[in-house]
Design a protein around this ligand. Structure first.
Ligand SMILES: [Zn+2]
Length: 388
């Protein structure tokens, strides 16, 4: 039974066909041990986590509070007992991101709560990688809450951010200083009903398969990208993160679908343009999740936070207004960590062998899908090169 609980992404990752923004010259990161929440895990936030509703104020024993002082006390108590409110109350100076995404560390890390309004941290990820900077974690929490409020009934599944102190992390080249996050796409079944996201690769038609057991087609589940919710999350993220958001790594065809959705709902032009600017397909396809990267926060730059390209003009200007300048992570910075990262990852060939041992013969639909998938892993829209 254990193997039936393994996820599609695990299995496809096990074939070395997905990886997360690792430098292309390095071995591909190894398969994620798990990429979906337990099937029974509810995605809706428990009432006590709902900082926007009245549940918190109603939850306390005794008579309802009266007056401003009592209201303030209730608010303070809420922060003290609600991890989501606690995270949202933190000042930017709480966290410090040091070094670069491929060579850094994290101090004063903020843990993404296990769940909150409209999101869940994937409990089946193999390590405690739900830590980030204040800016990153707050933006994810806020954007997920917007989707929950406007398009309720589903939930964002968040995979890895960084380890509690940052540094090298298995299966990733970056994610080292609290400014990277992997987010699964919202998905729906064939009738358009929300499905818990399992990290299924999405094809150019916007569809995917949760193959479950890779050796038999009987348990395959067809699903589609939930473009309305995924776009709504993107719009909210762009808006709440503002100048902090640097990159969204995402396969080109899903990017195109999200831009089409933005047009359908007449999304605000500024958000659409910013999304279009910062999103791109990296060398590895990112067809089963998107990878967010945030810039160094201004107060971290002086402490040694390093950015990677591109440093957009609007970011330069925002920094210049504070008398700051972005500092780039160099090859030398990254080289020191390369050996460590390589030792913690698995080559594509090792991953293939492992999958072979585990599953034996893959059924035809899986083989066909993987072959098809190679086409978009290699090609992107000619006018848009890979992002670097
Ligand atoms: Zn990633």
């Amino acid at each position: 039974m254990a193997r039936l609980q393994r996820t599609t992404t695990v299995r496809l990752l096990a074939l070395g066909l997905a990886a997360c923004a690792a430098p292309r010259s390095e071995p591909l990161p190894s398969p994620a041990e798990a990429s979906k929440p337990a099937a029974e895990a509810p995605l809706a936030a428990p009432p006590e986590a709902n900082v926007h509703g009245g549940a918190i104020a109603d939850a306390g024993p005794g008579a309802p509070p009266r007056g401003a002082a009592a209201a303030a006390q209730v608010a303070a108590d809420s922060v003290a007992t609600d991890p989501v409110a606690e995270v949202l109350a933190l000042p930017p100076s709480h966290s410090r991101s040091l070094g670069g995404p491929d060579s850094g560390q994290l101090q004063g890390a903020v843990a993404l709560p296990e769940r909150g309004p409209g999101f869940i941290h994937n409990p089946r990820r193999p390590h405690d990688a739900r830590h980030g900077t204040v800016e990153l974690v707050q933006a994810i929490v806020r954007a997920a809450a917007v989707v929950e409020r406007e398009l309720p009934g589903s939930g964002l599944v968040v995979n890895d951010l960084s380890l509690p102190e940052g540094g090298p992390i298995a299966q990733h080249g970056s994610h080292q200083n609290g400014r990277d996050a992997d987010i699964l796409f919202y998905s729906v079944d064939t009738r358009g009903r929300p499905l818990p996201s399992v990290g299924v690769p999405i094809d150019p038609e916007g569809k995917g398969w949760d193959f479950k057991d890779l050796s038999t087609p009987v348990d395959d589940v067809r699903l589609s990208l939930d473009a309305p919710r995924t776009w709504r999350f993107m719009q909210a993220l762009v808006e709440v993160a503002g100048e902090h958001l640097q990159r969204i790594f995402i396969v080109e065809h899903v990017r195109t679908m999200l831009l089409e959705q933005a047009r359908r709902v007449r999304a605000p032009r500024a958000a659409v343009e910013r999304f279009a600017l910062v999103s791109c397909q990296p060398g590895t396809p990112h067809d089963d999740h998107m990878h967010l990267r945030f810039f160094c926060a201004p107060d971290d730059i002086a402490e040694g936070c390093l950015d990677k390209a591109p440093i957009y003009p609007w970011h330069k200007q925002a920094l210049a207004a504070q008398g700051l300048e972005a500092v780039r992570e160099t090859w030398k910075d990254r080289r020191a960590r390369r050996a460590q990262v390589a030792a913690r990852t698995t080559t594509r060939e090792q991953a293939r062998q492992r999958a072979q041992r585990k599953w034996g013969k893959l059924h035809k639909r899986v083989r066909d899908f993987l072959e098809l998938r190679e086409s978009w892993a290699k090609k992107t829209t000619p006018a848009r090169p890979y992002c670097r």
